[in-house]
Design a protein around this ligand. Structure first.
Ligand SMILES: Cc1cc2nc3c(=O)[nH]c(=O)nc-3n(C[C@H](O)[C@H](O)[C@H](O)COP(=O)(O)OP(=O)(O)OC[C@H]3O[C@@H](n4cnc5c(N)ncnc54)[C@H](O)[C@@H]3O)c2cc1C
Length: 493
């Protein structure tokens, strides 16, 4: 998907355009496969229409009324059905519409998004169905409800979030959070550039965090995007420029750095799934950031645990725009007196620090500052991890300290933020890769195709420490080799 068309899609979804946005996402022959392959939604509807067709124009408000329920930042049921449309009157889409044997307008097809990709019309038992009678919004929603056994209604428009409400007995919810981790990463990077936060005193901290992401981000495309930025970092945001002018344009959104998408072109998507609040301004980014930090913490090895701890602390201190949050977190970081030697200790420290924040906020939230649908709890609640509790609290004993079984908590964190988080995502990666799973090393090397790798701060810090595990080390040596190869070839010109 080209930058421009992707931005168009994001605008359509997030409604940040000046004019009233469409909720259904406009697809064309160029982005059709990639958008449908990438969407986390389990179902898609494609409306084939022609812009000159009066019946289609009349139908648009009906289709949009349904799309508003499922697409966009204020959808009541996000992430379930991606509603799209293809204009068959555009020459670029002729083959696409022919492939789906579009015989009349508007024609609606329903199915799992990935089944639209590489669809063969001769295929028997296809999971793609024609929605024969979707002529009004009511009929279309009725058809969907019948198909899914759901009871969605247009009254759900009030940005309610009942289906995502915290359900402690459903640990499977975390599988959705991988999309929020990507969104949080991309949002954090966007804020850093927007707010011109890369300065001479914060630059090294960002480089360290990018290395952390390259080695341990649970999403492949964020590892790849972070590696791309890291490789070019010294060119894009040289330290001498920052020393001369602490507010260098090149290190902000205005510079080339602003063209980099840390998690690829499809992210951010403009909505949150696991971290979606019941109101627009609650949860979202700060929840996604926590999940990112926990997911990183359970992926480090013993030897990197202290660096991971310091990298996390410095990143939050330098780049988290919530002043109270960063100061409070800094206080917790500063109270750690001896270096971490075990990955387990770092993961448990982060868990415990997060619980201290939760406990502090529980009091504030009685003032109505939190999200009423998602009250803060001491985490994980018993429903999610019964074995984490040594002595279950008695009702009369509500305020006593919980006696945690830290071995069980660690096991739980590793499984929750490790395997379970990437449950859905792995399938997606495999499907996207056509069934052949490349090693992460190959992916990283393939992704970092810069011709010249600068041997400045990024690489110097990287090569010197090799601290973030074998994977990052491997990647760094690849960069180093390329640098030398490049210099060598230059010398021979
Ligand atoms: C580093 C940091 C510091 C912050 N400090 C402050 C602050 O000082 N004041 C303030 O008002 N807000 C602070 N925030 C924001 C606040 O913590 C919440 O992120 C925000 O209120 C949204 O809450 P939430 O209900 O989505 O759950 P969050 O607390 O954001 O948690 C996200 C998810 O993580 C899981 N989780 C909860 N607790 C734990 C735990 N102990 N270990 C592992 N997983 C857990 C749950 O599944 C939860 O849904 C901070 C955020 C961050 C990232």
């Amino acid at each position: 998907v080209s930058n421009g068309s992707q931005r168009g899609i994001l605008r359509a979804i997030s409604g940040q355009d000046g004019e009233k946005p469409d909720f259904a996402v406009e697809l064309n022959a160029t982005n059709f496969d990639s958008v449908l392959k990438e969407t986390p939604a389990p179902y898609a509807i494609v409306e084939f229409f022609a812009h000159w067709c009066p019946a289609c124009r009349n139908y648009k408000p009906q289709y949009e009324k349904v799309a508003k329920l499922f697409n966009g930042a204020d959808a009541s049921h996000p992430g379930i059905i991606l509603m799209t449309r293809v204009d068959c009157a555009l020459t670029i889409n002729s083959n696409l519409c022919d492939k789906f044997s579009v015989k009349y307008y508007p024609m609606l097809l329903w199915g799992p998004p990935k089944k639209f990709v590489g669809w063969d019309p001769k295929q028997e038992n296809s999971e793609i169905l024609t929605i024969e009678r979707g002529r009004t919004a009511d009929i279309l929603l009725g058809w969907i409800n019948k198909q899914l056994g759901s009871s969605y209604g247009f009254d759900d428009e009030k940005y309610e979030n009942e289906h995502l409400q915290r359900n402690f007995s459903d640990p499977g919810q975390i599988a959705k959070a991988i999309y929020d981790v990507e969104e949080a990463t991309s949002t954090a990077f966007g804020i850093i550039l927007d707010q011109r936060m890369i300065k001479s005193e914060t630059r090294a901290s960002l480089i360290k965090f990018l290395q952390f992401l390259v080695a341990h981000h649970p999403s492949k495309r964020c590892r790849k995007g972070s590696a791309d930025i890291l490789v070019d970092f010294d060119n894009l945001c040289p330290s001498d420029i920052l020393l001369a002018n602490n507010e260098a344009d090149s290190c902000s959104k205005k510079g080339t750095l602003g063209n980099y998408q840390i998690c690829g072109e499809e992210v951010p998507r403009g909505y949150w799934m696991y971290c979606r609040g019941s109101k627009n301004d609650t949860r979202g980014f700060s929840c996604g950031l926590w999940v990112l930090l926990h997911s990183l913490s359970v992926r480090v090895e013993d030897g990197e645990s202290d660096l991971a701890f310091r990298t996390t602390c410095d990143f939050i201190y330098n780049f988290f725009v919530c002043e109270e949050c960063r100061q409070h977190f800094h206080g917790m970081c500063s109270s750690v007196s001896s270096p971490f030697k075990k990955a387990r200790d770092f993961a448990l420290w982060l868990w415990s620090a997060h619980n201290q924040v939760n406990e502090r906020l529980m009091k504030d939230e009685s003032l109505g500052t939190g999200d009423p649908e998602f009250p803060k709890v001491t985490w994980p609640p018993k429903q999610l991890c019964p074995s984490c509790y040594l002595n279950p609290r008695k009702t009369s004993d509500e305020n006593s300290k919980i006696d945690w079984n830290e071995n069980e908590v660690f096991k739980f964190l590793v499984s929750y933020y490790g395997k379970e988080l990437v449950n859905l995502y792995k399938d997606k990666e495999l499907q996207a890769g056509g069934g052949t799973e490349k090693t992460v090393n190959e992916e990283l090397v393939a992704s970092t195709n810069a011709v010249v790798v600068p041997l400045g701060a990024a690489l110097a810090i990287a090569v010197a420490s090799c601290a973030f595990g074998a994977l990052a080390c491997f990647w760094r040596s690849q960069q180093k080799n390329r640098k030398y190869k490049h210099l060598y070839s230059l010398k021979n010109i």
